[in-house]
Ligand binder design. Structure first.
Ligand SMILES: [Zn+2]
Ligand SMILES: [Zn+2]
Length: 332
């Protein structure tokens, strides 16, 4: 991506010239970066020279989360820790695919304000930032697919950057509220988005507490606070993250194209299985307005089945179907 250094950025405050910053400025920037771990509204000027490079300081907790997975070597494993890790993966994957993606980003069904908040909260525990940030970037992805303005296009930015690199740059940090005015009008969602580190930290603490409690009350289960923290939070969240972002990277490279879309999106069964239906990505890019991503009966879409069950229970409603004309445009 190239930018005119004299141009004022609309992304993240004023542009700072690319000459080395004075010591005081560098210090202030580092303090602002650390404050952003807690409060994402902390203002800091966007240095265009560094805007597309990985911000190691700000993203060090995210990198530490990966390194913490190595602790499985010391904490050991137990069936109960694996069950909790799998459950944490499944519940949060559903919150991300059904709510962060199909509800907040695309509005493909309706629900109550309470239910919207509950699933925003579960989604926020996934270390994928808040719901407004996620939806704003995803709307940019659909609006600018495979162009320089697409935050994560493998054909424009390369595979690694589309998978994880973009997420770690200063340019991707800010929540573009102008992209999500329909969501920004809910103060509870804005608070969740602003303090997006809080929810994962509370979840990690709760999982440690659960493990410590089980160790005391049911020692035969062979678990502990640290074991539950490592498997239930660090391993589960890291795997969840990489599974989710395969849709940004692999689902724009590997698979079949049923529809002649303007982008490189693909339909991929394996990705659909690990992401509960999101792997039918070519379907989704062709028609993002439906709650379904598997368009054929055999295209497994666990998120859609889950939403059907929620609709039967009266928790969600107005699930948008696939229009008849869409099927007529399929190549096979
Ligand atoms: Zn895509
Ligand atoms: Zn989408």
């Amino acid at each position: 991506m190239s930018f005119d250094p004299g141009h004022t950025s609309t992304l993240d405050g004023p542009v700072v010239p690319s000459t080395p910053a004075p010591r005081g400025t560098r210090w202030r920037r580092a303090v602002a970066t650390v404050r952003r771990w807690i409060d994402t509204d902390t203002q800091a000027p966007l240095d265009e020279a560094r805007a597309d490079r990985i911000d190691w300081l700000r993203t060090s907790p995210f990198i530490a989360m990966h390194l913490a997975c190595i602790a499985v070597l010391w904490v050991g494993v137990s069936p109960v820790a694996l069950i909790v890790a799998a459950a944490m993966y499944a519940i949060r994957m559903f919150a991300l695919t059904a709510f962060y993606h199909r509800y907040f980003s695309h509005k493909t069904f309706r629900t109550s304000r309470a239910m919207q908040f509950v699933f925003a909260l579960i989604g926020a525990s996934s270390v994928q930032r808040g719901p407004l940030w996620w939806a704003a970037h995803h709307r940019n992805h659909h609006r600018h697919t495979e162009t320089a303005l697409d935050p994560h296009s493998p054909s424009v930015h390369g595979f690694l950057r589309s998978h994880v690199g973009w997420f770690l740059t200063p340019r991707a940090f800010r929540t573009e509220l102008e992209r999500v005015p329909d969501l920004a009008r809910f103060p509870e969602l804005r608070v969740l988005d602003r303090y997006d580190t809080l929810v994962p930290v509370l979840l990690a603490a709760a999982l440690f507490g659960l493990g410590a409690l089980l160790q005391r009350l049911a020692p035969q289960l062979g678990t502990s606070g640290s074991q539950m923290l490592v498997w239930g939070f660090f391993v589960s969240t890291t795997v969840l993250f990489h599974a989710t972002v395969t849709i940004n990277s692999l689902a724009h490279r590997y698979g079949k194209r049923r529809f002649d879309t303007q982008d490189d999106s693909r339909n991929n069964l394996w990705l659909a299985l690990i992401t509960f239906g999101e792997g039918w990505h070519n379907n989704h890019h062709f028609y993002p307005g439906t709650v379904r991503q598997g368009f054929r009966w055999w295209e497994i879409d666990l998120t859609y089945y889950g939403l059907r069950v929620m609709a039967l229970l009266g928790l969600v409603h107005d699930l948008k179907p696939i229009p008849a004309w869409v099927a007529a445009r399929a190549k096979a």
